[in-house]
Design a protein around this ligand. Structure first.
Ligand code: HEC
Ligand code: HEC
Length: 510
């Protein structure tokens, strides 16, 4: 139909303008809410394949491949977490190997003859990524009298000014760093400079009796700092212990459409199952916009790149384009630190040039998740059913499908991370009392469970679980669950020995 008078013509123009405006608003919203956008035509298929299992008599289709086509089928040994995405094209594998070299690189202090490896510190927790993410797996908390490396304390204070309050409310800043010591306590420093001090962890044994009479002894930690070299901490300083988590499957977690994660959020617990699930929000420094937080134990970081830039800066004292302060986590009260020699690249003005940085991020995106084992074993299947029936999947959500608009290795894969990537109140026992972004002092991001059963293999016979490594077995990790997970934990406590063994057999098959 053609418009036959001026009014109709005006109506058409107005409607067209409104539609355009609506489209802009819609895409504007999408670009805040979703990093990758789900094609509506895929939505139904995705809903069907991610529906929780109901038949526990046999394994599900595709269950073997925990990370879809990216799943590693390499032999299971201490290097099980160090393989590239299995679907990576041959010509990209060279980049992966170069990235591996940078992940292992031991940084040295400047100036040094190896210019491309200098700039360490001045303050640091470790000299390489790999010294904390051991064999690309989880870190080890200090054993005996050793100085902590892979476990460190994050530091912050409550806001003191209106500007600080606003920065927190708008998520421009996730925390207000402790004024003298900065965002984390560095136990090490380059020669000629004082380190910040030492993190001290002490453990009290706590006995838990299970319904069948078995006694499990948990280690209840207390954290403090000793040998502070730059004066006392702020009186309201808040400490949060963090252990290096395993590195597998990161790119796939990054490429789950944000809306699919948010669909599991239930902040007011409107379905009344006792489990809420809240998103963390985090400022993307590079793109200057708010994004869903996904990485770190409180989901405080929006992307692998930003997490890595902050690791370079805070953990090793290496500057990059995204975190350009070459003196890392030095504060204005640490003048020797600020005056130390740096290792800036003459062209780029930062210590890790962009190309090198991108390669390490590519590496981190593509560390493959190993294939499941024993998925048809009757005991594993019984354990899987108990995992579902105990409410574990309320947080450890089994399946997601990644978006299509990603790099080739991650595109449109059915993945089994066993996490909703959301925050949950885990009770007083696990609380650190230190907010980060939208996360409060008792909330933690549901830990992904893929690769859980290989933690000991990759850890050369030992593994430490939870955000601070207080748990030395998977069962201990479960028994620390409280808050929203209290009811789930109680079901495990009430299990018979055979049921418990089945649940653990399932978890070891992940
Ligand atoms: C001093 C120990 C240490 C070093 C060195 C270190 N990390 Fe980490 N890494 C951690 C800790 C602890 C976390 C968890 C951080 C948190 O909860 O805030 C983490 C988290 C991560 C994550 C997110 C993992 C997840 O499950 O969300 C990535 C990715 C990562 N690190 C990459 C790197 C890269 C790349 C390097 C080297 C540039 C590096 N890390 C160096 C300790 C370390
Ligand atoms: C309310 C949400 C919630 C429920 C329900 C829940 N978990 Fe967790 N789980 C978490 C969170 C959050 C963490 C990380 C806590 C931390 O590190 O302090 C976690 C951590 C774990 C870990 C340690 C992972 C690691 O890498 O260190 C295991 C194992 C685990 N959960 C198993 C289970 C099992 C088995 C069940 C059911 C009996 C269960 N969880 C129920 C939220 C939940």
């Amino acid at each position: 139909l053609r418009p036959n008078n001026q009014t109709q013509r005006t109506q058409i123009v107005v409607v067209a303008a409104l539609l355009t405006a609506a489209t802009i608003v819609f895409w504007g919203f999408v670009s805040i809410g979703a990093e990758t956008i789900r094609d509506p035509a895929d939505a139904e298929r995705v809903a069907a394949v991610t529906r929780p299992a109901t038949d526990f008599t046999k394994a599900e289709s595709y269950e073997l491949n925990a990370a879809g086509a990216a799943t590693s089928h390499d032999p299971i040994n201490i290097s099980a977490f160090s393989h590239p995405s299995a679907n990576m094209a041959f010509d990209r594998q060279l980049d992966f190997r170069v990235g591996d070299g940078i992940f292992r690189k031991l940084w040295v202090s400047a100036p040094s003859s190896t210019v491309s490896s200098d700039g360490l510190g001045p303050l640091f927790n470790a000299r390489s990524c790999q010294s904390c993410h051991l064999k690309d797996g989880r870190g080890v908390p200090p054993e005996g009298d050793s100085v902590a490396v892979a476990l460190f304390l994050r530091l912050s204070i409550p806001p003191e000014t209106d500007a600080q309050r606003e920065a927190l409310e708008t998520f421009r800043m996730p925390v207000i760093a402790e004024p003298t010591y900065g965002g984390q306590l560095q136990n090490f420093s380059i020669a000629g400079l004082l380190s910040e001090g030492n993190m001290v962890a002490t453990y009290e044994p706590v006995e838990v009796e299970l319904a069948d009479g078995t006694i499990v002894t948990l280690r209840d930690p207390t954290y403090s700092v000793s040998d502070l070299n730059y004066g006392p901490l702020h009186p309201d300083a808040m400490l949060s212990p963090r252990l290096a988590p395993p590195m597998i499957g990161m790119g796939l977690l990054e490429d789950i459409p944000a809306d699919d994660i948010l669909a599991h959020a239930d902040p007011e617990d409107s379905d009344g199952d006792g489990i809420s699930g809240r998103a963390n929000w985090s400022w993307n420094v590079e793109e200057d916009r708010l994004m869903l937080g996904r990485f770190g134990w409180k989901a405080g970081e929006p992307t692998i790149a930003q997490q890595s830039a902050h690791a370079f800066a805070g953990d090793i004292g290496i500057s990059s384009a995204m975190a350009a302060a070459w003196s890392g986590d030095c504060t204005e009260f640490q003048t020797d630190c600020g005056n130390a020699t740096d290792g800036r690249d003459p062209d780029e003005g930062v210590e890790v040039p962009q190309k090198m940085f991108d390669l390490v991020v590519f590496y981190a995106r593509n560390l493959a998740v190993p294939a499941r084992r024993d998925i048809d074993d009757p005991q594993v299947l019984e354990g899987k059913q108990l995992f579902y029936e105990s409410g574990c999947i309320g947080c450890h959500v089994p399946k997601f499908v990644t978006g299509r608009e990603t790099e080739p290795e991650q595109s449109f894969q059915l993945i089994w991370p066993y996490s909703d990537l959301l925050l949950h109140d885990m009770g007083d026992g696990l609380a650190d009392g230190r907010p980060e972004g939208a996360a409060d002092g008792s909330e933690w991001r549901t830990a992904p469970l893929w690769g859980l059963g290989l933690a000991e293999t990759v850890g050369d016979g030992r593994a430490y679980y939870l955000h601070d490594g207080r748990a030395t077995t998977i069962l201990e990790a479960i028994l620390w669950h409280g808050g929203e997970a209290e009811a789930s934990k109680d079901r495990v406590v009430a299990m018979t020995k055979d049921q418990r063994e089945a649940l653990l057999a399932f978890l070891r098959s992940l």
